[in-house]
Design a protein around this ligand. Structure first.
Ligand code: PLP
Length: 962
């Protein structure tokens, strides 16, 4: 023990600094690891890795690091600047009670929120069951054949419906009809998307869709004013012309009214927010899409399906991935990567908890209140419309005066125009509220009397006549104990960061600290409607402006939009900015986007969405983008060059020397430089893209800035730009910016921004730089320690990698038949989540340990990888069979290793306990290796019927990505 007596307060407080908790290795471990990597200090190592041309040594101008206690106190003050009124604004967002058992055990539970996208099916069965419940819920309620899990929000889901319809319609028309009574944010996003793709929008009253010559239509049911229209005739007319009918709808209303699938909808979209997810000032919430079976291979987004495992048991997996950006690139059905998994899980659990009867009761009660309020207003002589579920369209009033009066009484109404307002009731509505709302119109009411005297206002012809949620999962877990145990059972099937490092290259699975998560569930952030008046959202403004200033300082850009709710959405926003800027310069003809072959699939998929043509550039044998090829192609397309999209450090995990030169070349030829900022974890405090010549980047707050992955979302993909592009960032809802909205809400998934704010506030400038340096150190330590066993494919300056390393398993495959996938699956037997498989190079594993992993955890992973290499040697030597070995049959379930019969050519103990340490803590995968081909051939995307049959497996492997 060192003598403590002489310590100053400063010394003593050093160890309560958050940075000490965020960063895994301590000083002694860092010194040891630096020794392994061959450098004296973190700074010396950083200098050896980061090219001098881009390195910025000046400390970031950020406030000093705060302790957890101080940062929470500060953000509490920020939150308290928000005023929480009762919002009955509606317009796609409704009050809801998050069941407390779901709040604590899903939203606040790292077993759920720190999980990754379920590419590794065997360790993701729990969340995939929750997601297949979501899909079943959506399918049942909408009356469609198949649903995905999930889309980003209702407005982008509508835009995806517009493009799905385009891909699927028989009509040759290029016109898409949009009913003028869809939500305003939906219309804005549709305009943005249609513009990029050259689709013409025709907007008019829903009935007009009957006669318009269009390839598809979008209707809203109930519409934005609450009215439930009968669209059967319109649907028939559209079908008769070979067109497709898309419908935006409300899941709670559908418990009472006819499913759109019953009257002719081909695609149904919406938002599941009111199933237990707070307003959050606009997000995150899970959007949904359901469609006819015929369109399933053309659907956007993530789809969970049922397949079988190697033992013949049913198992879930991501199905039909060949539609997606990571495989199909610019020909993908969408650019969606990160979606809204955690919120979809919450909404599905809400349905599991309440069941069909509970949901119907909630809907009936909501409708009862709406009917009673309508009757009261009717008696007071105020017209409210008919055929509604929960929303009254109150006309003939002085909207502004009413709005002011409502605010004094504690309510936010929707101001529709000068003489009408909207009032949307919901699950949280109480008798007192209805009395108070009636009073705003001068009506004094006796609720109980009105209740008896008032009939429902649902159109009789559109009463729901089909059952929903009949599967046992929605009819079993209704007591809290049952639901608690169901959620725990599912969580136990999965591996998340509460059990193991998840060293996924490009995904940056770093610590999501508890202190960062705490503000997310404060009502001052959660209970704010996205359209709440500005004077009630002062805290949000402070939070957003503050975070923007932090990110401006960190990146070297000038302005940031938080509207994009994923990285891919950020790419789309950035490319839109480039396009609008070039149009304003009279350069609107520029349409070529250069993208290196190593790019993430979202890059080409996003370029396609703004109407750019992708030209792929080569990489050299060292993994660097080929500058000569870029120069040649920039010259060739000089008069058409719009942009280059590069990732830095590259997806190959190296800091390329030539990035400044590349920026110059592209600028010389009139193009703009888009830097994919997903790898910002290697740059924060070390180099700033906005200062080395890049024009725009998206950041992944759910990677570098600690928002958890949630099992595949939510994310925030802010778009950061230099000042010349700032006027072309997406506008606010109702705003007058040049470029339209890319997401439904002005500030996207605003309610999770406190996570990144807390992270930066607690780390401070020095802590952020140190985090980056340790991320570099950890990656280089893993690469060095594993070098004798697995070669690292690419290295940069001084033979060092950046924040991740690609382990090349292709020689092993050639020599032994053991593939990278076999190694990935074998890691499960050791309790590890595999590194990124086959991205960006097929047959490799990309390891990104991040700064948050301790030396202990890194060594545990390295030991597992070395043991696996020994097993491969044993195959080479003939000590293990080439076919019947623990790698080919990994992972091993408890059922398999404890079965009375064991026929494998290797011992059971080797199968289950390849390292002695596993005897203390052992993760048992719930299923054996999942068969991908079977699942794609036999697409089934709903809850497994009880007692259904099993099938025969086949083997297959597909890349896995980020
Ligand atoms: C993760 C990632 C993206 C996409 O981000 P999402 O939030 O998943 O849409 C884009 N580029 C790279 C390099 C990434 O790693």
């Amino acid at each position: 023990m060192p003598a403590m007596t002489a310590s100053t307060l400063r010394d003593l407080e050093h160890h309560s600094a958050f940075v000490e908790r965020h960063i895994g290795p301590n000083d002694a471990e860092i010194a040891h690891m630096l020794g392994v990597v061959g450098h004296d200090s973190l700074d010396a190592m950083t200098d050896a890795i980061v090219p001098g041309k881009i390195a910025s040594r000046a400390p970031l101008a950020l406030p000093d690091a705060m302790t957890e206690v101080d940062a929470l106190a500060k953000i509490r003050k920020v939150a308290q600047q928000n005023t929480v009124l009762r919002s009955v604004i509606g317009q796609g967002y409704y009050g809801t009670h998050t069941p407390n058992v779901i709040l604590r055990n899903i939203l606040e539970n790292p077993a759920w929120y720190t999980a990754y996208t379920p590419y590794q099916a065997e360790i993701s069965q729990g969340r995939m069951e929750a997601l297949i419940n979501f899909q079943t819920m959506v399918t049942d309620l909408t009356g469609m054949d198949i649903a995905n899990a999930s889309l980003l929000d209702e407005a982008t889901a509508a835009a995806e419906a517009m493009t799905l319809a385009k891909r699927s319609a028989k009509s040759k028309s290029n016109v898409f009809f949009v009913a003028d009574d869809v939500h305003p944010q939906t219309l804005d996003v549709l305009r943005t998307r249609a513009d990029g793709l050259g689709i013409e929008l025709l907007i008019g009253p829903a009935a007009g869709a009957k006669d318009a010559d269009t390839y598809g239509v979008l209707l809203q049911y109930p519409n934005t004013f609450g009215r439930i229209g009968d669209h059967a005739e319109v649907a028939d007319a559209v079908h008769a012309r070979g067109g497709i009918v898309a419908v935006a709808t409300d899941l709670l209303a559908l418990t009472l009214i006819q499913a759109p699938g019953r009257w002719g909808a081909d695609i149904v979209v919406g938002n599941s927010q009111r199933f237990g997810v707070p307003f959050g000032f606009g997000g995150p919430h899970a959007g949904f899409m359901a469609c006819r079976d015929a369109y399933k291979r053309s659907m956007p987004g993530r789809l969970i399906g049922v397949s079988v495992d190697a033992a013949g048991n049913q198992a879930y997996r991501l199905t039909l991935q060949t539609r997606e950006q990571h495989i199909r690139r610019e020909k993908a059905t969408s650019n969606i990567c990160t979606a809204q998994v955690l919120l979809a899980v919450m909404a599905s659990m809400y349905a599991v908890y309440h069941g069909p009867d509970g949901l119907t009761r909630i809907a009936r009660r909501t409708h009862r209140f709406a009917s009673i309020l309508a009757a009261a207003l009717g008696q007071a002589g105020v017209p409210v419309g008919d055929a509604f579920f929960d929303t009254l369209h109150v006309t003939g009033v002085d909207a502004d005066a009413l709005h002011g009066k409502a605010r004094d009484a504690g309510f936010n109404l929707r101001v529709i125009d000068a003489s009408s307002v909207g009032i949307s009731l919901d699950e949280t509505t109480t008798r007192d509220e209805v009395v108070a709302l009636a009073k705003l119109f001068g009506a004094e009411i006796d609720i109980e009397a009105l209740d008896t005297a008032t009939t429902d206002a649902l159109p009789k012809t559109l009463a729901r006549d089909t059952k929903f949620l009949t599967h046992p999962v929605f009819n079993t877990h209704h007591s809290e104990h049952e639901l608690l145990r169901y959620m725990r059972t599912l969580a136990d099937r999965d591996l998340a960061m509460d059990r193991t490092m998840i060293p996924l290259g490009s995904c940056t699975m770093k610590l999501n600290a508890t202190a960062e998560m705490i503000p997310v569930t404060w009502p001052e952030f959660g209970n704010i409607h996205p359209l709440a008046p500005a004077d009630q959202t002062v805290g949000y403004t402070e939070l957003i402006d503050g975070l923007e200033a932090m990110l401006v300082e960190i990146t070297g850009y000038d302005a940031v939009s938080f509207q994009p709710n994923s990285g891919a959405q950020g790419e789309f926003a950035g490319l839109l900015a480039i396009r609008a800027y070039q149009q304003a310069q009279g350069q609107g003809h520029r349409d070529i986007c250069l993208i290196p072959e190593s790019a993430h699939g979202t890059n080409p998929a996003s370029a396609q969405m703004v109407g750019m043509t992708v030209v792929v550039t080569r990489c050299d044998k060292d993994g660097n983008v080929d500058v000569d090829d870029i120069r040649a192609k920039a010259e060739k397309y000089s008069d058409r060059l719009a942009a280059i999209m590069i990732t830095y450090p590259s997806t190959h995990g190296v800091f390329e020397e030539d990035v400044v030169a590349i920026c110059d070349i592209v600028h010389q030829h009139g193009g703009q430089v888009y830097t994919d900022g997903a790898n910002m974890n290697a740059l924060v405090g070390v180099a700033r893209p906005g200062k080395w010549g890049s024009d725009v980047s998206h950041l992944n707050l759910h990677k570098t800035f600690c928002i958890p992955h949630g099992g595949g979302g939510p994310g925030v993909g802010p778009c950061a730009v230099k000042s010349h592009l700032a006027p072309y960032l997406p506008r606010a809802l109702g705003g007058d910016g040049e470029v339209g909205m890319v997401s439904a809400a002005t500030h996207g998934s605003a309610s999770i921004l406190p996570i990144s704010w807390m992270y930066i506030a607690m780390m401070g400038a020095d802590g952020l730089r140190r985090a980056t340096q340790v991320a570099l150190l950890n990656a280089n330590y893993v690469a060095k320690r594993l070098a004798p066993h697995y070669p690292t494919l690419y290295t940069g300056r001084n033979d060092l990698v950046a924040h991740e390393c690609i382990l090349d398993l292709r020689p092993i495959k050639d020599a032994t038949g053991i593939s990278a996938e076999d190694v990935a699956k074998r890691l499960i037997d050791f309790g590890f989540h595999a590194p990124t498989l086959s991205f960006p190079v097929t047959g490799t594993l990309m390891v990104e340990p991040t700064e948050s992993e301790s030396l202990h955890e890194l060594d545990r992973f390295i030991d597992a990888m070395i043991q696996i290499r020994d097993e491969i040697h044993a195959i080479e030597d003939g000590r293990l069979d080439r076919e019947d070995n623990p790698l080919k049959h990994a992972p091993h379930t408890a059922m398999q290793v404890t079965a009375s019969e064991w026929t494998h050519a290797y011992p059971r103990e080797l199968a289950a306990f390849p390292l002695a340490t596993l005897r203390h803590t052992k993760y048992w995968p719930p299923v054996a290796r999942v068969d991908n081909v079977h699942g794609d051939k036999n697409v089934f995307c709903s809850c497994i019927p009880v007692g259904s049959a099993e099938d025969e497996p086949e083997a297959f492997s597909e890349p896995d990505v980020v």
